[in-house]
Design a protein around this ligand. Structure first.
Ligand code: UDP
Length: 473
């Protein structure tokens, strides 16, 4: 088990962006939280400190709670590779996907419990009676019972789910149920994800949120965007790049490094190309290769200046993400099979993960540079990769699945594809949007306001505070 270092962000900074009534509510819960949590620690436990939406949110939210004077800690599990293969299987099943098709029987339960027994022991040596422990996702659910027995208040936060339950989700829930039942409260991103056996009074719905001041979302002007993309060798911006600074979560300033190999095959994006961008982990359910196929199959329907970029974390040499490597290889193969005149319009980009703030800042610049951002997920828990570009005023085309449907109202603040497997329909939506600059602008502006109303971090903080109040009162 490892501790993740947390920054500390003054909560007033966030409040500046809010409408007055929300600001007041935030002040109220923070005052209350300080009082009632005095002498207690709030622990968060999950499987990874970087990559993916959960890590992204924890970094931001916990920095605000620390800034508000609440003793918050974040620890990540040390699991074995078979353990993570098993938990990825459960994760995929909860999304309704067959994943690796492996079993979820007694042997798997033994493995799961054995790994978590060791991890829980570590945590128990630090957690005090009366502390609050928030366990995130299937990887940690099995830690709840021992923590409760030791006098901690235990919440299980599930970040995944599927709109309609099915045999596969039932299989995963049958495995998880005994652990989930140990938690005093269970948090989901959407009501549709709550299994029917969870007692209503234990359920809370807290949609994910973004931090407008993180390296991922902080404001950048056009010159900053150009400088980041030039320095990282992703876009060929004329004029050369100077030094590019960004804010780190610990309050310090970082500097973007120069690269010359982030884009596969050296296919740097020309400065005047309009970019269609998908940023995702190389996960099959994000359908990176579907985006590539839709784009290449319908290239003739798209204006000549439109290019596609698929961008995800660098997975070379990462042993715990075999699926990521496979998906990237499949996309690379599709690229290699294209005619020579098509290849320069397709860009596969792998971003280094050794400095998550730098990674975030590059994603920030890319999302701001893109003309249209897409998220063609087959299933999606929530989809921060939709929220982030919406906050940046981008027009987003995404599939009508999971939390994306809560975020986008078709034709109002983005476009939705009804059937995630409909490549033709996807290309059609893209072509229509790329032919209409005014529509792109209108959707982007509406997108930004809808994120301000619903998905900035203050709402999540308020809801977590209300949950803790209910547990402690
Ligand atoms: N992300 C990133 N770098 C990458 C790929 C993804 O920082 O190379 C981030 C992305 O910006 C978002 C998160 O990872 O903040 C993905 O969250 P989302 O909810 O979209 O999907 P998840 O990965 O949790 O399924």
């Amino acid at each position: 088990m490892k501790d993740v270092e947390l920054g500390s962000t003054p909560i007033d900074k966030l409040a500046e962006l809010l409408l007055p009534d929300r600001r007041e509510r935030l002040d109220e819960v923070i005052d209350w939280g300080r009082e009632v949590l005095d002498g207690r620690t709030v622990w968060h436990v999950n499987a990874t400190a970087s990559g993916g939406g959960v890590a992204e949110m924890l970094l931001a939210l916990l920095a605000y709670t620390k800034g508000a004077g609440i003793d918050s800690r974040w620890v990540v599990l040390d699991g074995s590779s078979p353990f993570f293969t098993l938990t990825k299987r459960i994760h995929n099943l909860l999304h309704g996907s067959d994943g690796d098709g492996g079993a979820l029987g007694e042997e798997e339960r033994e493995l799961y419990e054995e790994v978590l027994r060791g991890e829980t022991e570590h945590l128990l040596s630090r957690v005090e009676e009366g502390d609050v422990v928030v366990l995130h996702d299937p990887q940690t659910a099995g830690m709840g019972r021992a923590l409760r027995e030791a006098g901690a208040h235990v919440v299980w936060r599930c970040h995944v789910g599927k709109d309609e339950p099915c045999e596969r989700t039932d299989k995963a829930w049958a495995f998880l149920r005994p652990y989930v039942e140990d938690a005093e409260a269970v948090v989901f991103s959407r009501p549709a994800y709550v299994p029917d056996w969870v007692p209503e009074d234990r359920v809370r719905i807290i949609p994910p949120s973004i931090d407008p001041f993180s390296a991922k979302n902080e404001d950048m002007d056009r010159d900053d965007v150009d400088a980041v993309l030039e320095r990282t060798g992703i876009v060929d911006v004329p004029g050369g790049a100077g030094s590019v600074k960004f804010s780190r979560r610990d309050g310090s300033t970082g500097e973007v490094r120069a690269y010359d190999d982030l884009v596969h095959g050296g296919q740097v994006v020309p400065a005047d190309a309009r970019l269609v961008l998908q940023v995702s982990r190389w996960d099959r359910l994000k359908d990176m290769d579907g985006v590539l196929r839709a784009f290449t199959d319908h290239l003739d329907d798209l204006p000549d200046d439109v290019h596609l970029m698929l961008c995800g974390p660098d997975v070379s040499g990462v042993s715990d993400d075999p699926e990521g490597q496979q998906v990237l290889e499949e996309c690379t193969k599709i690229w290699e099979d294209q005619p020579d005149e098509v290849k320069p319009r397709l860009h596969l980009c792998s971003l280094p993960m050794d400095d998550i703030d730098e990674n975030a800042h590059i994603v920030n610049a890319l999302q701001r540079h893109a003309t249209v951002v897409v998220q063609k997920s087959i299933v999606e828990g929530f989809g921060l990769t939709v929220t982030e570009p919406m906050w940046k005023g981008r027009a987003v085309v995404a599939t009508r699945v999971g939390g994306i449907q809560d975020q986008i109202e078709h034709g109002e603040n983005g476009l939705l594809l009804d059937d995630p497997h409909d490549l033709d329909g996807f290309a059609r939506l893209l072509a229509e949007l790329l032919a209409d600059d005014d529509e792109c602008r209108r959707l982007g502006e509406a997108a930004k306001e809808s994120v301000r109303e619903r998905y900035l971090g203050d709402l999540a903080l308020i809801r977590y505070a209300e949950l803790v109040r209910d547990l402690l009162e």
